[in-house]
Design a protein around this ligand. Structure first.
Ligand SMILES: Nc1ncnc2c1ncn2[C@@H]1O[C@H](COP(=O)(O)OP(=O)(O)OP(=O)(O)O)[C@@H](O)[C@H]1O
Ligand SMILES: [Mg+2]
Length: 222
């Protein structure tokens, strides 16, 4: 599903944020990405999202060298990836329903089909009863779950999350990770960047560890 081949990333032509990164993630795997602040976790995810391009090497997703995608192909490529951020980036003037419906609206999915999918996604994260609420009326953990519903409403084959539990207490963090595991169980490839080492250790998935831009460990699930 994902292959990094000797990938390097420099910002501003000088600073090396990632160096010689080499790994593969198989379709259907769930992988954690960890490392200290500044280790390169977000940079690595941004390369997969094609928000950045590698300075060296290749990033392949589903067999395609995504560094070579034409600019006109990038929006279509991104739509196939679900992305969850730490600050879920909800639109605060729209209802929960409208926030989750947004990706489908952009794609021109027919409203009745869109409604069905939005409700299925909200149901999955346990927030169907809040569809008419505004984000401001929800707790931080609930807002994060809305962000996850929006990320999966397209049924992406690949789900990426960058510190999705950053601001949440341990119980809510565990609940969020449980959701990612649920999506993984039905076949979604999942990659989660996190420095919550205690949580990662409990969940028993493969862990890729970065240190100063290098991949220093690749530990298979216990
Ligand atoms: N757009 C950018 N321009 C210049 N330098 C950048 C840019 N983005 C990241 N960096 C630098 O690259 C290095 C890796 O940053 P990155 O955000 O990937 O780390 P991270 O592991 O996600 O850290 P954190 O845990 O704090 O989120 C850092 O030194 C950072 O300052
Ligand atoms: Mg980061």
């Amino acid at each position: 599903m994902i292959a990094f081949e000797h990938v390097g990333k420099r910002y501003g032509g000088r600073f090396e944020a990632l160096a010689n990164i080499d790994f593969r993630v198989r379709r259907g795997e769930m992988v954690f990405l960890t490392g200290h602040s500044g280790a390169g976790k977000s940079s690595l995810l941004r390369l997969i999202m094609r928000l950045e391009r590698p300075s060296r090497g290749r990033v392949l997703v589903a067999g395609h060298d995504i560094g070579r995608l034409h600019a006109s192909q990038v929006p279509f490529y991104r739509r196939q990836i679900g992305v969850v951020f730490q600050d879920h980036q909800l639109l605060f003037d729209r209802t929960i329903y409208a926030n989750v419906a947004l990706p489908l609206e952009i794609q021109g999915v027919e409203p009745r089909e869109a409604a069905r999918r939005v409700r299925a996604a909200l149901d999955k994260v346990g927030l169907l009863h809040r569809e008419k609420a505004l984000p401001i009326e929800l707790s931080g953990g609930e807002q994060q779950r809305v962000g996850i519903a929006r990320a999966v409403v397209n049924k992406p084959a690949l789900l990426l999350a960058d510190e999705p539990t950053g601001n949440l207490d341990p119980q809510l963090s565990a609940d969020i990770m449980q959701l990612f595991e649920d999506f993984n169980r039905i076949g979604t490839t999942v990659m989660v960047a996190s420095h919550d080492l205690a949580l990662i250790a409990r969940l028993r998935h493969r862990v890729l560890r970065l240190r100063e831009g290098r991949l220093v460990a690749d530990e298979e699930a216990a």
